[in-house]
Design a protein around this ligand. Structure first.
Ligand SMILES: *Cc1c(COP(=O)(O)O)cnc(C)c1O
Length: 419
């Protein structure tokens, strides 16, 4: 069972001011998730979560997370500037990009962000662009092969475009030190959306052992180890949620076993979670416009894949609640579709749901991360609004819906053909 954080009554009130479709975020849930996360790593004095901005790039969300002690993980110019405008600068920004344009390195450097190099060739790029090597620098590791936990393959780092090999990263640290760097970090992201309390502890073990080896080979003691993102959420109602307290303790054990005996007991642990922080704390709310019965029974709603791409792109499961019918039997089977001229524009396929009527409101769950942010304009569909359910129950619009004038604002050329 998944219970929405808004009721039918609440949504009926909200739509009087803010029409569907919209993404809505739960401030109370966001703050609780951030506090539980912080508590799980409180054993590490230098711990910091750098929220992955790409998951939910909204300044209000960043501000709430900043109030809860989070920094930001940025990977583009717009994300850097959003952090800056929210007042998040300096070492509160981790710049973990790849295939990085010069001007983004420069912006990150000027902001004093900690730059996480994706490749050894970027050392020279960074030096050329900024004229120097920052005192504090990080490198991204990719062990290759397949990443498995208890023999279950979780992901395929050998196929991933990110990070450096072990030989490269050791050489990179030597060169960075020779070029004046003084404070070093290491980063790796080996598996995405892991619904397992083992992911971070296993990843930590790999990085901790490498950090010991790097110290032995180069004399460099790492200042921080960044476990990046990848802690997942249970999209399906039958999945068991990760327990962040258990995850934090697992990393603690690996820390005490590997780092402490090797004189590395002062290393700070960083994370860059997006999905875990925001995913369950967001809903896409949409209204039923049509029912169509041909070879299947279709429910047409006013949101489409351009508001939430994951089902169309990866066949991802997102749970759906029909508001006001939470207790009714799931005795109908529907495809829930949007209006795009693409047959993959389906939020659900063959989904057992209660009988749906035109005008019903649907909550599509777990859309708080990689939801709105993966939107697009295909078919001339406009971006929706984003709303925040405040802790006191009021609703704040934190991004207005896109208008037709916004859509036309970047179009040139047509008018010039007339001269
Ligand atoms: C996407 C990304 C994250 C966040 O991943 P989640 O799965 O949302 O936790 C963190 N760090 C980097 C470098 C990323 O690319």
């Amino acid at each position: 069972m998944k219970t929405p954080f808004v009721t039918k009554d609440q949504v009926e009130k909200i739509v009087q001011t803010y029409p569907t479709p919209f993404h809505i975020y739960d401030e109370k849930g966001i703050r609780k998730t951030a506090r539980d996360f912080r508590k799980a790593f409180a054993w590490n004095p230098g711990f910091k979560e750098y929220f992955a901005v790409k998951a939910t790039p909204n300044p209000t969300i960043l501000r709430i997370l900043h109030e809860e002690g989070c920094g930001t993980d940025c990977s583009s110019m717009a994300e850097l500037i959003m952090s800056e405008r929210v007042g998040i600068t300096g070492t509160e920004i981790m710049f973990s990009s790849n295939d990085t344009p010069d001007q983004e390195f420069l912006k990150a450097y000027v902001l004093g962000a900690t730059i996480n190099l994706d490749d050894i060739s970027l050392i020279d790029d960074l030096k050329r662009v900024t004229g120097t090597i920052p005192k504090r620098i990080s490198c991204r590791f990719n062990p290759g092969g397949k990443f498995a936990i208890s023999n279950a393959i979780m992901d395929n780092p050998g196929d991933a475009k990110y990070g450096m090999t072990e030989d490269q990263i050791i050489e990179a640290y030597r060169r960075l030190k020779a070029m004046g760097a003084e404070e070093f970090g290491i980063h790796a992201f080996l598996a995405s959306n892991t619904v397992s309390n083992e992911y971070y502890p296993v990843l930590a073990g790999i990085l901790f052992r490498l950090v010991v080896k790097i110290k032995q080979l180069t004399g460099i003691s790492m200042s921080f180890i960044n476990l990046s993102g990848g802690v997942g959420i249970p999209y399906r109602p039958d999945q068991k949620a990760n327990d962040i307290a258990v995850i934090g303790e697992g990393v603690h054990r690996a820390y005490d076993q590997i780092l402490v005996p090797n004189g590395l007991g002062n290393v700070s642990i960083y994370t860059e979670c997006g999905r875990f922080m925001l995913g369950p704390n967001g809903h896409l709310v949409t209204k039923v416009l049509h029912e169509k019965k041909t070879y299947k029974d279709y429910i047409g709603v006013d949101a489409c894949a351009s508001n939430l791409m994951r089902p169309a792109m990866y066949g991802a499961y997102h749970h759906i609640t029909v508001l006001g019918k939470e207790k009714e039997p799931l005795d109908h089977v529907y495809d829930v579709t949007g209006a795009l001229c693409e047959n993959n524009d389906k939020f659900a396929v063959d989904r057992p749901l209660p009988k749906i009527d035109i005008g019903d409101y649907l909550v599509i769950h777990d859309t708080g991360a990689h939801g709105f942010s993966m939107g697009y304009n295909y078919n001339g569909r406009l971006w929706s609004s984003e709303l925040l359910l405040r802790e006191n129950g009021s609703v704040l619009q934190i991004r207005r819906p896109e208008t037709i004038e916004d859509y036309f604002a970047t179009l040139d050329g047509y008018w010039d053909l007339n001269v």
